[in-house]
Design a protein around this ligand. Structure first.
Ligand code: ADP
Ligand code: MG
Length: 376
């Protein structure tokens, strides 16, 4: 069919009107959808002014749409200029690429997930409240961290218990023959025939004594749970031990300071606490240069009584910290790596816990004793 010129114009106009109508209906539908979704949506022009905001987006700006329309976003939330999301929005516009990020509206506030899409006129921003998801994520992460910590602690305790058992068996087996050898060496050294070897005998006996001393230390790991505990005061034990500790320190030109607060009596085994203190103090002294000061503190913290040994050494790198308490682990040329495992073992028998804080300024070892209810 041939159309006249007039008919063709009219037909074209009808089509334009129809398309316009369809577009308007679609537009209304889209706006309707945006108005009714619970997620936020807003649009900005190229000069960062709001050209549209849906109802849900009022929440994020703590303001009504009427107040926001036509205003520049950075005047509404000036605190966000120069922050990560200002840069991301700018990037979306300059590079004409969509960006995605998650942000907290304000410290301790709700979390939102944001998608920003560059448009011909500016930027379209769509965001969703993900506070609940974030809270679950945080709870999950915390619980995972806690499980990992517990698992590590259980493994360490299991290892320690095994070592304690082994210590008991092996040490006796080695100690007995050593004693026999030492006895014969002493006997032979008195023999006139060997008088010219006296120096060698002395050296051999000395070495056996050194081996024996290490075994004695190692044996203290095999103490089982049956150590005798008495109601004693931590401060008194420390004060009594002070001359010995001070002599140790002065030998290498270091100093000891006491900061003892009044603490209640605890159920303690005196000789084990001696050993615990000496091991911690020696580690502290060995970690410091000449002139360094080591502080021994006692204080109460809630229900706990705390013994803290603080040094001015170099601290420990994470690689050392994670191995601490492992039997025979030592970074020292002449270290035995028995000091801290013994401390952990003693702490366990006293129902105490050991925590370590370390930095380049030094290390603090905290031993926390639970106050026990004692029947008189
Ligand atoms: N106060 C401390 N400062 C720095 N490092 C320490 C401290 N205490 C312990 N360490 C580290 O832990 C390791 C193990 O200590 P320990 O079990 O007492 O064995 P040892 O003292 O025989 O090396 C040490 O070799 C050292 O690397
Ligand atoms: Mg040590």
């Amino acid at each position: 069919m041939m159309l006249s010129f007039e008919e063709m114009v009219r037909y074209g106009q009808d089509e334009d009107i129809m398309v316009e109508n369809i577009l308007e209906v679609t537009n209304r539908k889209v706006v309707n959808i945006l108005e009714n979704i619970t997620d936020g949506y807003f649009a900005l022009d190229r000069s960062w002014r709001f050209t549209y905001l849906n109802k849900a987006s009022e929440k994020i700006f703590f303001n009504s749409r009427e107040n926001l329309l036509g205003r520049i976003i950075w005047e509404v939330i000036p605190e966000h200029i120069n922050q990560a999301f200002f840069e991301l929005y700018s990037k979306a516009i300059t590079e004409q690429k969509p960006v995605y990020f998650e942000m907290q509206i304000c410290p301790e506030g709700d979390w939102v997930e944001v998608h920003a899409y560059p448009t011909e006129d500016g930027l379209s921003v769509y965001f969703r409240d993900i506070t609940q998801r974030k809270q679950i994520e945080v709870a999950l992460r915390r619980s995972e961290e806690r499980s990992a910590r517990l698992l590590k602690e259980i493994t360490r305790l299991e290892r320690l218990q095994l070592i304690e058992k082994m210590a008991g068996c092996i040490s006796h087996e080695i100690r007995n023959p050593l004693t026999t050898v030492r006895g014969f060496l002493q006997l032979l050294s008195k023999n006139v025939e060997f008088v010219r070897y006296q120096e060698y005998f002395d050296l051999m006996i000395e070495e056996l004594d050194r081996a024996n001393a290490i075994i004695t230390e190692y044996l203290s790991l095999s103490n089982n749970n049956s150590v005798e505990l008495k109601l004693l005061n931590l401060n008194q034990i420390i004060e009594k031990l002070l001359p010995l500790i001070q002599a140790d320190a002065l030998m290498t030109d270091k100093y000891i300071e006491l900061e003892l607060q009044e603490v209640p009596d605890l159920l303690l085994n005196k000789s084990e606490i001696h050993q615990l203190l000496l091991n911690l103090v020696r580690n502290g002294l060995e970690a410091m240069f000449t002139g360094g000061c080591l502080t021994i503190k006692t204080y109460t913290e809630g229900e706990d009584v705390v013994l803290a040994v603080k040094d001015q050494g170099q601290g420990m790198p994470p690689s050392v910290l994670e191995k601490i308490g492992t039997l025979f682990f030592s970074t020292k040329d002449n270290g035995t790596g028995l000091g801290l495992p013994i401390c952990y073992s003693i702490a366990r028998r006293h129902n105490a816990s050991i925590t370590i804080e370390t930095s380049a300024q030094g290390t603090i070892v905290f031993v926390k004793f639970k106050q026990q209810a004692v029947d008189n």
